[in-house]
Structure formats: structure tokens, C-alpha cells
Design a protein around this ligand. Structure first.
Ligand SMILES: *Cc1c(COP(=O)(O)O)cnc(C)c1O
Length: 399
């Protein structure tokens, strides 16, 4: 099929819910993807951070082949070797308290499960989430998501959700009550613009939850699995949640959601009270298990820190010599550059120069590359970005 036919089919046949970039991707290797014309791009998006080991990682390709020959699907009502192997691998990286999991297929589903679980375990109705939070777009997870533009067209949402400012412990203290089932937080807010919490915030939330008998749910769908320089972002602040949500990178791009919880919490679900047909299938478990193996044996969290520090250094240089960069921030290879103007044109122009960037709100560029990105690729991305920012400044008469 040629490029025009492909674009026309997608435009005419798909729901028009994504802001499309005008290229057709057909292949990838490591941190590079290429389009149908053979043009290469450095991928600083990695499918929203999912492809943590890079595209077509040889070991992932190999286990997909071998597992496909063995068994692809296996419902949760049967035992399976690939699933058991994944559980063993996962429990080696999770804190000991989080010793039971429910397996699903996406970030939203991992949050849905956490919300139901918190209500079921505590018998309370209310969930407190944060302003600027993003937890997904299914009705339950959307009720925890903050942005009005996602919520308003679909109201009424699930009742019982409140939002308080991220990082403000006294506002949370005023909002929490004896009816609060859980406080739901992204340790670093992702879609909302890559915001880090004040240093003592998560610890204070942990203490407040314990005091009030509410559960702490951490949504690490974006921050989890080595991206921020630790296996899980909560390790930076020494806080262990009661329930943990994972997805995005856990199966290196195959769809998987994980909700991990303490034994007593997870066992409050009775038989049949939660389920999903594809959850924990053999193929995705094999890939997730291999992904964890590779991350552990290559200590990729250390690489995320090292390369993230280097990337951040380069972004700071750009900021210093620019009038339109308001802030650079992030942790590990979860980074952002906030501009004083919308960044959409920069994202489109970067494509022409062979760089795929992501946004996080209208003025914020976000970088979620595979953890195998090379220094010279980071250099190239930053050189191009620096040129595009200068160009933008000239166009605005600032240079
Ligand atoms: C992406 C994301 C979700 C939603 O995940 P989906 O797989 O798109 O359903 C939930 N929470 C956070 C923090 C995310 O970044």
C-alpha cells in the first residue's frame, strides 16, 4: 500500500481521536524508527514511553517467536508457565509488601482495578486525586483525571472523586475524611506536564493516609519500570504504596497493565468481582518477564539516570541561551522543556529534521526515549531542538 492510500484509509475509517503526525511509520531498531519513504527518526517518544528497551530488541523478537509457537493465549482460569515466571520476576523487583497482583491490558485498566479495590477493601466511597493528574480515559479512571477538556463532554462521571493541588499537604489534609478510600497520585505527573513533587510530599501523604485509614495508590504507569533512574519512582522518596499501578513500559510495548497490592487488600476481591479476558495472557507475560530480565541484568535504571543527567545538562544549556524556554525539569529519562509559547510547530518541524518529540500540554515538550538511546543521538536531538528554538525566537522578533 502506498503512503497516500494508508493515510486516506486511516483518516476515513478510524475514529478521529488522535492529533495525527503526517508520516507513516513502518519499522524500528533501537532508538530509531523509519517511515515508508525510508526516512529515519530518533524516537524521543517511544510510543508514550512504552518501548523502554528500544524497537525490535533482539531478545524480545526472539521470545515473541518462541512463545507464539508454544502458546499465545491462556485465560486466567488456567495456570501457565510464562505467567508464573513473570510473577516470580516481578516479585523480585517489587517491595515485599506488594505481594499480589491483578493482570490487565492497559494503564486505565490498572487504575480501574485500583479504584475498585480501594472501595472494596475499605468499604469507603471517596477517592482523592490531584489537580493536573492523568489516570486514563475510561469512565472510572477519567473520574480521577483532572483536565476538564477530557471530562466535561462525558459527565456525569463516577461519583466520589475530589481533586486537590499536587504537592500541597495542607489542602489534602483538609480534604481527606473518614469516608476516603484512597489517595491516588502519580509520583511524578506525566501528561500534566512532568511535575515533580516537593521532596517531603509523598512521605507526608503516606503518613496522612495511615492516620486516616485511607489507602495510598501510586499510579506509576508512566514513571515505573526504570524510566526515572529507579525501578519505581517511589524509591526516590522512600515511600511504599498500598496499591501500585503499572502499564506502559512493563511489556516493552505489548499491552499489559498490572495492579499490585498487599495480600490482604488484593484478597478483598471475591471470585468474579473483577476480571478481564486478555489479562495475563501467555505472550504478554513472556515478553514482560523478559523485559524485566533485561532491565535487571543490564541495570537499565542506572543508564536512565546517567543518560537523563546528560540530556538534562544539554537542555539546561539550551535554556540558558534562550528567551522562550521557561523551565527544564524531570528525572532520569522522563524530561520536559516548558516554553513560553505553544510547542506544536516545533514538534512538526522536528519531524522534518528526523526527530520525534512529544508534548505534555500546549507549551511543554516531553522526552520519553528508549533507555538504550545513545549520547550522540541525544546530542543530535538537542542540536536540532536548539536550532528550532532559535528559529522560533527569530520568527517572534526576539533574536
Ligand atoms: C498513560 C497513563 C495512563 C493510561 O494508560 P492507558 O494505557 O492509555 O490506558 C494512566 N496513568 C498514567 C500516569 C499514564 O501516564
Amino acid at each position: 500500500m502506498d503512503k497516500e492510500t494508508i493515510i486516506k484509509l486511516e483518516d476515513n475509517k478510524l475514529a478521529q481521536t488522535y492529533a495525527k503526525r503526517p508520516i507513516v511509520l513502518v519499522g524500528g531498531k533501537g532508538s530509531i524508527v523509519w517511515d515508508i519513504d525510508g526516512k529515519e527518526y530518533i524516537d524521543c517518544m517511544a510510543g508514550y514511553g512504552v518501548c523502554i528497551l528500544g524497537h525490535s530488541h533482539p531478545r524480545i523478537v526472539e521470545v515473541i517467536g518462541s512463545q507464539a509457537k508454544q502458546l499465545i493465549t491462556c485465560h486466567g482460569s488456567f495456570y501457565n508457565d510464562a505467567r508464573a515466571e513473570f510473577l516470580k520476576n516481578l516479585s523480585e523487583v517489587l517491595p515485599g509488601e506488594l505481594n499480589r497482583v491483578f493482570l490487565s491490558n492497559s494503564g486505565s485498566e490498572s487504575v480501574e482495578c485500583a479504584i475498585k479495590l480501594a472501595r472494596r477493601y475499605t468499604g469507603r466511597k471517596e477517592i482523592i486525586a490531584m489537580m493536573r493528574a492523568f489516570h486514563g480515559k475510561t469512565l472510572g479512571s477519567l473520574s480521577a483525571t483532572w483536565d476538564k477538556k477530557y471530562r466535561a463532554p462525558f459527565e456525569p462521571l463516577v461519583p466520589g472523586f475530589k481533586h486537590v493541588p499536587f504537592g500541597n499537604i495542607s489542602k489534602l489534609r483538609s480534604a481527606i475524611s473518614n469516608n476516603t478510600a484512597a489517595v491516588l497520585i502519580e509520583p511524578i505527573q506525566g501528561e500534566g506536564g512532568v511535575f515533580l513533587p516537593p521532596n517531603d510530599f509523598l512521605q507526608q501523604v503516606r503518613e496522612l493516609c495511615d492516620e486516616k485509614g485511607a489507602l495510598l495508590i501510586l499510579d506509576e504507569v508512566q514513571t515505573g519500570i526504570a524510566r526515572t533512574g529507579r525501578m519505581f519512582a517511589f524509591e526516590h522518596w522512600g515511600v511504599v504504596p498500598d496499591i501500585l499501578c503499572l502499564a506502559k513500559a512493563i511489556a516493552n510495548g505489548l499491552p499489559m497493565g498490572v495492579t499490585a497490592a498487599r495480600d490482604d487488600i488484593m484478597l478483598s476481591f471475591r471470585r468474579g468481582e473483577h476480571s478481564t479476558t486478555f489479562g495475563g495472557n501467555a505472550m504478554v507475560c513472556k515478553v514482560a518477564s523478559t523485559t524485566l530480565d533485561i532491565i535487571k541484568s543490564e541495570r537499565l535504571y542506572n543508564k536512565a539516570k546517567e543518560l537523563g543527567d546528560y540530556f538534562m545538562g544539554r537542555l539546561k544549556e539550551i535554556k540558558q541561551s534562550s528567551k522562550i524556554v521557561r523551565d527544564v525539569r524531570g528525572k532520569g529519562l522522563m524530561l520536559a522543556m516548558e516554553l513560553r509559547f505553544p510547542c506544536y510547530l516545533i514538534i512538526l518541524k522536528a519531524l522534518e529534521y528526523g526527530v520525534i518529540l512529544l508534548d505534555a500540554g500546549p507549551n511543554i515538550l516531553r522526552f520519553l526515549p528508549p533507555l538504550v538511546i545513545k549520547r550522540d543521538q541525544i546530542d543530535k536531538v538537542c542540536d536540532i531542538l536548539s536550532e528550532l528554538i532559535k528559529e522560533e525566537e527569530r520568527a517572534r522578533g526576539l533574536r
